[in-house]
Design a protein around this ligand. Structure first.
Ligand code: ADE
Ligand code: ZN
Length: 322
């Protein structure tokens, strides 16, 4: 039994992290860049642990050098997602990798990405929205520049602001200015927390950045009072089980906290994060949840409804998808 053809709503992907290794190798060849060290002999991405994953990720990003590369990447990603039944996807896009924080350049990248998204919507029936994101270990000045880019392009396509990267870098307050700027522009807010940083990082992120969604958030399972707070505040977790298992942020599938979080009443959604880096797809996520925890059609419908309700889009988009 596979859930491949079931419609899916996915809230947490990183555009560069969705690039297949062959796609990145192709760009490297075109540009005569030697990044052979980031691949295993079988062609997959090669890294030892999360810190090394971030290094390999950034090395892969050096091949993405202009709006046209992101147009091609977006086309490839949405074709793959649609083949796994994804009907609505949100992706993190970083101004740092798209123009280096310059607003004029960022607009050009966004135009190219949006052109690919419009074509995929028309041809494949998949809707894409963007969460402009800063990279935590690039520091708070870069985060402010990213928030400025996000604020200036806030609209029907760029609907949210977020932060990924090394969770142990700095504290949430370091990024409060950037988040305040994004909030004042009317962007919706999420932040990676509790993938590595424990329940304390989730609590500090909710307090200082006032987000409505948390990227990962699986460490909430370690603190019942925090789980209660998350439930009461109607915060939604963007859980990426395959990513957590692969990176060893949690134990294996049977120990993954998504089941216990859900049983406790926490709103959970399911995403792939960076699928080719973790050997996963949305079909694999659904199938593994079915095999591990016995989730069936009704459970997945519930997860999709939770995700659509928490999606950073307007109600017109929501009714088009539902
Ligand atoms: N950037 C890309 N994938 C990430 C992850 N799983 N955690 C933090 N930052 C990321
Ligand atoms: Zn992520």
């Amino acid at each position: 039994m596979t859930y491949k053809s079931m419609p899916k709503v996915e809230l947490h992907t990183h555009i560069e992290g969705c690039a297949p290794p062959a796609f990145i190798r192709g760009l490297a060849k075109e540009k005569s860049l030697d990044i052979s060290g980031i691949f295993n002999a079988d062609g997959t991405y090669a890294y030892r642990d999360f810190d090394h994953f971030l290094e390999v990720y950034e090395a892969a990003c050096t091949t993405l050098q202009g709006p046209q590369d992101f147009y091609r990447l977006t086309k490839a990603i949405l074709e793959e997602s649609a083949s796994h039944g994804v009907v609505y996807q949100e992706t993190f896009i970083s101004p740092d990798f798209c123009g280096g924080g310059d607003v004029t350049a960022w607009r050009e990248y966004l135009d190219a990405i949006q052109m690919a998204a419009d074509e995929a919507d028309r041809d494949l029936g998949i809707t894409l929205k963007c969460v402009a994101t800063c990279v935590r270990h690039f520091g708070s000045d870069k985060a402010k520049a990213a928030a400025k880019c996000a604020a200036e392009t806030k609209g029907d396509f760029v609907t949210g602001f977020g932060m990924g990267g090394a969770e142990n870098f700095g504290t949430p307050t370091d990024f409060a200015y950037a988040y305040d700027m994004a909030r004042e522009a009317g962007l919706e807010l999420t932040c990676h927390a509790g993938e590595w940083g424990g329940p304390e990082m989730i609590a500090a992120t909710l307090r200082d950045l006032k987000v409505t969604r948390i990227g990962h958030g699986v460490d909430a399972i370690k603190d019942p009072a925090l789980m209660r707070q998350i439930i009461d505040a109607d915060v939604v977790l963007e859980v990426c089980p395959g990513s957590n298992v692969f990176l060893q942020a949690t134990g294996g599938w049977s120990e993954h906290p998504i089941q216990r979080l859900r049983d406790a009443g926490v709103k959970v959604t399911v995403s792939t994060d960076d699928p080719p880096f973790f050997g996963t797809t949305m079909t694999n996520e659904f199938d593994m949840l079915s095999q591990t925890f016995g989730w069936g059609e009704e459970d997945f419908k519930g997860v999709n409804e939770t995700a659509l309700a928490a999606a950073f889009c307007d109600d017109a988009t929501r009714s088009k998808i539902a």
